[in-house]
Ligand binder design. Structure first.
Ligand SMILES: Cc1cc2nc3c(=O)[nH]c(=O)nc-3n(C[C@H](O)[C@H](O)[C@H](O)COP(=O)(O)OP(=O)(O)OC[C@H]3O[C@@H](n4cnc5c(N)ncnc54)[C@H](O)[C@@H]3O)c2cc1C
Length: 511
């Protein structure tokens, strides 16, 4: 991989077939697909890859068991196929996950309905899910999850989906795009879109947040893959563009796994309002989520509220009565904005369609909204088909379903760094699996440029510590400052910037 400075220079020097704006899972997936098809491709991301919604999901690659209730069978079919594909092309990032779903007397989804639904779930996966579902007796449910409320438990089921690290899946796509010769730059914000005298978009003004420099990137087609920001970017090309995205806020909390006592992943109907919720194992922690509420909050500033946290705690305490979790037990709370296509058929966020929408704007910009982490690859292939049509190019078939995603050798490379220098083998925080070598690798091989890149996404320290990793910001700045050429003042500034960023993402509103 060339240097970042080279990439910024290349942005200004070349005329691209396609410039992708937004390095979430959607934009990174589009850039990878376009580059693999041989298109001259650039990808620019205003913050870091995955820093928006794509690092704040439930981290599931799932068929979407919830969509069965709304009879979105085609979505389940597509998502199940994509789950199979991702398990195949990225086994280092996507792993099977077994869920237990307990059923209680009088539940909104009774046992027979759950059984029928899960049968359909397996059928829509063409019977090729990781394994088929099984109905469970109440005793078998408690055998698996002894911490669950036993009163009123009538039985349940086990079924399978898959888990991922959303930020790393996004990064893998960005790195894959770069490996396939795309010019890929993070911390590079599109602040203006240029148009010719016929009103057609011709390129974008890009501001490099690391150096402060501005360059103009020219491209035959621009893809707006900015998720919840997509209306703002559309309006850079056409200030009168109508809204196309509807924001839906979702919150998760992380609590000590030992307090909840769950042995694996559990799907619940919240005792508060009957919504489907997940209790998910994450190392020393259990992640609980999610909420779902329409929001007009700026996607950059969206955070959990005290009410969101209280709702999640009440729901999990009802399901796991021994947990008795209080606000002080919450290690971290965060929120993301689902970029739902505003044309979804239903009026409320919980039922709006997860389907994506690809629009060719009058300016020629191709805007993509909606979708989900699980289906990003299929959605990206469709976007690149649209780009090829706009270019008048001979169609080239996508290869993203057969080419493995990079990153399989990362753990061995980090181990090698750690064994070459004992200081790099030291853990950053006792009990968490991150070492100094992870930081060095992040800077050298994974385009990490800031402390937030390292503490929130190359590692997940910020999601796993009560102070969002602030206590290690200085030592981390000292390790990576040497690699990034930071003097003492730059390191101090980096630590201060991290404290602000941690508050922006992990602060809790209304406390
Ligand atoms: C709470 C929650 C739970 C979810 N759980 C799951 C799940 O378990 N499984 C699943 O499949 N899906 C899940 N989803 C959905 C999934 O996370 C999203 O659909 C997906 O991450 C959206 O990705 P995106 O790339 O479209 O948007 P984003 O990830 O938000 O990416 C957009 C990017 O554009 C960048 N950008 C904005 N403006 C500019 C600009 N001017 N210049 C350059 N870059 C710019 C932003 O910085 C951002 O990084 C969940 C979503 C939420 C909110």
């Amino acid at each position: 991989m060339g240097s970042r400075a080279d990439a910024v220079r290349a942005l200004a020097a070349a005329r691209f077939d396609v410039l992708v704006i937004g390095g979430g899972i959607t934009g990174a997936g589009v850039a990878r697909d376009a580059a693999l098809r041989g298109l001259r491709t650039a990808l620019v991301e205003r913050d870091d890859f995955g820093s928006g919604t794509s690092s704040r999901s439930s981290r599931l690659i799932h068929g979407g068991v919830r969509y069965l209730e709304h009879r979105h069978f085609h979505l389940v079919f597509e998502a199940s196929r994509e789950r199979r594909t991702l398990l195949r092309i990225a086994p280092h990032l996507v792993r099977p996950l077994r869920f237990t779903w307990p059923v209680y007397q009088g539940a909104r989804v009774p046992g027979w309905k759950l059984g029928a639904g899960l049968l359909l779930y397996d059928a829509l996966a063409l019977w090729r899910n990781v394994a088929r579902h099984r109905r469970l007796t109440a005793a078998a449910v408690l055998g698996r999850e002894p911490g669950l409320e036993p009163r009123g438990l009538t039985g349940g089921a086990e079924y399978f989906d898959a888990a991922t690290d959303d930020a790393r899946l996004t990064l893998a796509n960005a790195l894959a795009a770069a490996e396939a010769d795309a010019v890929v730059v993070n911390h590079a914000e599109v602040c203006a879109i240029g148009r010719d005298d016929r009103g057609r978009a011709t390129g974008a003004r890009v501001r490099d947040a690391i150096t402060g420099a501005e360059v103009t990137a020219t491209a035959r087609v621009i893809v707006n893959a900015t998720g919840p920001w997509s209306d703002a970017v559309r309006r850079l090309a056409d200030p009168t563009a109508p809204p196309g995205v509807q924001g839906s806020k979702g919150v998760h909390i992380a609590v000590p796994a030992a307090r909840v006592g769950n042995h694996g992943a559990v799907t619940l109907l919240s005792a508060v309002d009957g919504r489907v919720m997940f209790v998910l194992p994450a190392g020393l922690h259990t992640i609980i989520g999610t909420t779902e509420s329409e929001t007009a909050a700026s996607p950059a500033d969206v955070r959990a509220s005290a009410a969101d946290v209280a709702y999640l705690l009440e729901s999990v305490n009802a399901a796991f009565p021994g947990a008795r979790l209080a606000r002080a037990d919450v290690r971290a709370a965060w929120a993301g904005v689902r970029p739902l296509a505003a044309s979804g058929q239903a009026s409320d966020a919980a039922r709006a369609s997860r389907e994506h929408e690809i629009v060719r704007e009058p300016s020629g910009v191709v805007t993509v909204t909606g979708g989900k982490l699980t289906t990003y690859r299929a959605m990206a292939a469709e976007v690149v088909d649209t780009v090829e049509a706009a270019l008048g190019a001979e169609p080239v078939a996508t290869r993203t379903h057969v080419v493995p995603l990079p990153g399989a050798s990362r753990v061995a490379a980090v181990d090698a760094l750690a064994s070459g220098d004992p200081a790099l083998g030291e853990p950053l925080i006792a009990g968490l699996p991150y070492r100094r070598a992870d930081l060095v690798y992040g800077v050298r091989c994974e385009m990490a440029e800031t402390l937030s890149d390292l503490l929130m996404r190359r590692t997940r320290i910020a999601f796993e510590t009560p102070d969002a990793g602030r206590s290690v910001a200085q030592p981390v700045a000292d390790v990576v400052g040497r690699l990034l050429g930071w003097d003492a003042a730059a390191r101090r500034a980096a630590v201060e910037a991290y404290a602000r960023d941690a508050e922006r993402v992990f602060g809790i509103d209304g406390t």
